[in-house]
Ligand binder design. Structure first.
Ligand code: FE2
Ligand code: FE2
Length: 402
């Protein structure tokens, strides 16, 4: 029976994961491991009669071959876990690799040796980290004013007219995110890049850019790099995209919302995720964040999800950025808060609405930026006012803010 190319790849993956399991039980040089290497090599020989190399790229929980996700099998998922644990972004096999080199690959995937060790040993098996697109030609954006009027107009249109156009062009947002990341690399205070307050009409736009920047700031501080960091920034920029489908009058209404209006706004996570799922080039993290950014750490909030639902870490980071920016720029019904008050408010809600570890990390980021987070509000009147905001009519609970 003739085995297809995809069948051969699955066979190679099966032998690699079997070798990994055997090597973790015994050792990379054990006879059982070598047997799997022999089968892997045999399959590769047949494979290489059709292709010169085999490149497997990991993008989150998918393994891509020639840009397309391979069918999920238990072995493939196992390999993905090994790759994720060692932060491996791709594996490339070329004709000519040896058993010794396969052993080294296994050591790398088991975390017993570095990616660099394999690079020094061979070019027949290459393993790469999770890499971001090259930022050689990217211009650092350290302030909103670094953008030309044309760029601002283009971005604005993305947010304003996406509902009519139906199609989202991710390119411009993507280069904005790359620009912010580059500025961060140059140690520029990310808070300087936050978009200044604008008219309410521009709220979704300015808020979205800010949440993108704050997500990047959190990501950098947590050591997230490469493509993942880029996707995290994009996820922030796109988290509220569903609001584009909500009536603008309802969105900007200054008074109390009636039940229908409230329900209308509560649809934005679902609408946004659905929309993003159908757009080309949108990272999965952005879809998760759009859907989950109003679901609290204690699983309250909205939309309601089945028991046992696991919130994506990126959504939880987006929620923190979201709440922070909403409070920072509150102006329809409250004056904006200063940094220390807002930090105190975040702290008060850590563990219930917000992921406590991520909140602490975010406060550290704020502290590094020279903000005095210690001066927590202890004035009864302020606390009452903040409770009113966090408890019922703002941020997480009030979808207008988040
Ligand atoms: Fe939202
Ligand atoms: Fe938001």
């Amino acid at each position: 029976m003739q085995i297809t190319k995809l069948g051969m790849i699955q066979e190679i993956i099966r032998n690699l994961t079997s070798a990994l399991s055997a090597a973790s039980l015994y050792s990379p040089g054990h006879q059982r491991v070598i047997e799997h290497f022999a089968r892997l090599t045999d399959t590769f020989r047949v494979y290489q009669s059709k292709e010169t190399e085999l490149l497997l790229a990991r993008v989150e929980d998918e393994l891509l071959f020639q840009g397309k996700p391979l069918a999920k099998t238990p072995n493939l998922e196992k390999l993905l876990r090994y790759c994720a644990d060692q932060n491996v972004g791709f594996i490339r096999f070329s004709e000519g690799f040896t058993v010794n080199e396969l052993q080294q690959l296994v050591k790398v995937l088991l975390g017993k040796d570095s990616i660099e060790s394999l690079r020094l040993m061979t070019s027949y098996i290459q393993v790469g980290g999770v890499e971001a697109p090259s930022d050689e030609n990217v211009r650092a954006i350290s302030s909103f004013e670094d953008l030309s009027d044309e760029e601002k107009k283009g971005l604005h249109e993305q947010f304003d007219h996406v509902a009519e156009q139906g199609v989202l062009d991710i390119t411009q947002m993507s280069s904005l995110v790359a620009g912010f990341i580059k500025a961060f690399r140059q140690n520029i205070n990310p808070f300087l890049a936050l978009v200044p307050l604008r008219e309410m009409d521009e709220y979704t736009f300015t808020h979205s850019v800010n949440v993108g920047i704050l997500n990047i700031a959190q990501g950098v501080s947590l050591g997230i790099e490469g493509q993942m960091l880029h996707d995290l920034g994009l996820a922030g920029m796109l988290h509220d995209v569903g609001k584009i489908f909500v009536d603008r009058e309802v969105l900007n209404k200054a008074g109390k919302l009636d039940q229908d209006e409230f329900e209308m706004i509560q649809q934005h996570p679902h609408r946004g995720a659905q929309y993003l799922m159908n757009q080309e080039g949108v990272p999965k993290l952005a879809v998760f964040s759009a859907f989950e950014h109003h679901i609290r750490y204690d699983m309250g909030g909205y939309p309601k999800v089945p028991a046992g639902w696991q919130l994506n870490i990126c959504s939880q980071m987006t929620m923190i950025s979201d709440v922070f920016d909403a409070l920072r720029t509150r102006r329809t019904y409250k004056n904006s808060w200063d940094f220390s008050k807002t930090s105190g408010l975040l702290l008060n809600n850590s563990g219930t609405q917000l992921n406590p570890d991520l909140t602490l990390n975010f406060l550290k980021v704020l502290a590094q930026m020279g903000e005095d987070i210690e001066s927590f509000v202890d004035n009864a009147e302020d606390i009452e006012a903040m409770d009113a905001i966090i408890g019922c009519s703002c941020s997480i609970e009030n979808p207008r803010c988040g």
